[in-house]
Design a protein around this ligand. Sequence first.
Ligand code: 6R9
Length: 646
Amino acid sequence: MKRPIDNSIGLFLFGQTPYTLSMSKIDWLEVSERIDWLKKPTVAGDYSFHKPVSIQWFADGELNVSYNCVDRHLPQHANEVALIWEPDNPAEASKKITYAELSIQVNRFANVLKKQGVKKGDRVTLYLPMIVEAVYAMLACTRIGAVHSVVFAGFSADSIANRIEDCDSNIVITADEGLRGGKKIELKKNIDEALELLSAKGKNSVSKVVVVKRTGADIAWTSQVDVWYHEESAQVSDVCAPEPMKAEDPLFILYTSGSTGKPKGVLHTTGGYLVYAAYTHEKVFGYRAGEVYWCTADVGWITGHSYIVYGPLANRATTLVFEGIPSYPDVSRFWQVIDKHQVNIFYTAPTAIRALMREGEEPVKKFSRKSLRLLGSVGEPINPEAWSWYQRVVGDGRCPVVDTWWQTETGGILISACASEDGTTYPEVLKPGAATRPLAGIYPEILDTEGKILTGAAEGLLVIKESWPGQMRTVYRDHARFEETYFSAFAGYYFTGDGCRRDADGDYWITGRVDDVLNISGHRLGTAEVESAFVSDARVSEAAVVGYPHDIKGQGIYAYITLKNGVTPTEELKAELRQHVRHVIGPIATPDIIQWAPGLPKTRSGKIMRRILRKIAENQIESLGDTSTLADPSVVKDLVENRSNK
Ligand code: 6R9
């Protein structure tokens, strides 16, 4: 997919020199004034999407993120509620944390980290359930200039170990156990196991594990390493001066899956990210003071970072932190929480909507949901049926539904319907399934595979032409991978990895990933990661993994497995392999379908032809396409006959 030199776009290719942008319709410096700077920036964006790729925003500015999310609200609004915490079990008490209380907690947490030796620039790994301490810990890191890496609490010990090793973290923050859907998750045990794995490799950089008490479970304890958060926090002061940070100092690393190799550490920096998270939270949700805002994501994903923590708190919102799941104790849980806390803005994922839609309208109608004003969707394409149900049943036909397209890499929403200038209305007609329009300051293009710009109504590959403040800056410690992944397919553009259609009205419809990234229930997963988990079982010779359409998850995992000679293919072995992959990556990677494959369709040069495997998994065997270039076309016949998705 190399883009040939094309004079119609020569403006950006000419001389391949970096340029500073002055033509955008939005004045980003003016937008940057929404946050408090210790030193106001005098420059907005300075970037080049040509190699060497470099992206900077507000570079001469200085600020502190926790100050912006907490301290600056104190003089006038200390007693307003910052966080509402709703526990997994509705019988347990919820919590309301004011900005004054949040300030005390963040300062304390920051002092605990300092006491454990954390310094500016150090990487701190967080492996926490959805408890208020997760928010305190993130903000505490930003207060002292430490870089957090939040690892989703559903990931396995192996996955954590890889992430700790990659960013060389010296401190881990975890909890004894997590609670989700009434089930306990042994977080501390997973950390212990991860550190053992690292020690065995001689790669254990972690000196301290700070443990938050959530369930009070009996856990293993290593006294030189482990410290209880509640004991440490009782011994420190609740005053910790915010560290002045440069706009381009690293803020956090978040690992995400790509099409090749191991997950990459997406690096976001301080000033641009915060400006963009706050700006988009206001534009898209039209947040008004006093409203209760609820994003159901987990802080382990980018949606939790930008739209549970940083955007809402920078905007002095009341943001709801939910520990549980939509189906526990029953499938009315979301609607019950909405009534209980009088939620005005509700932001969730299509997979949850589809699962709840299957339960019918009755569990929704049991609750009034009168407080709702706006509904949002994120994480994967939303099918029109789910969109319409969300709008008609959940929103009683009176709440607009905004479908927000963005990525870990983009830091915040790039394409979505937005509130009107005064924040009160949304476009009259919102199309079910369309992400609609780019936000002000965002310049997408649709390209064909040759890199030609498609104009008007068109379908192709989605790229972004100009930088925006929330854009990732690099892959942590691997800038070459950053350039290769995002800027080499089409010179001069950020390539999103998504397919997209623009209709005659100019609305954008995201069609899904065009690379080897799966989207399972809104969670990103690389096929290569799942394949390498399979082949780490000694009985597996080769594995090829593809996605297939799944009613609830959006996409399911379909695996073709070739066993080593002499290994008998049995149903028990399938169950064991499924369990093995769960253990290596985490439950989100549980394969849905395993098909034994005596051989895989390969080209003569040995490359697996995934196109064919995808068609078989989708049960579209009429359109397998040309199989004549395969080294052994007969393997396809066997795979088709024995396919498991008929
Ligand atoms: C925010 C988030 C990013 C990928 C992205 C795309 C898919 C996200 C979407 C959507 C269609 C939407 N995606 N939102 N597809 N419509 N509204 O989910 O980040 O986990 O990095 O996933 O998710 O394929 O490329 P992340």
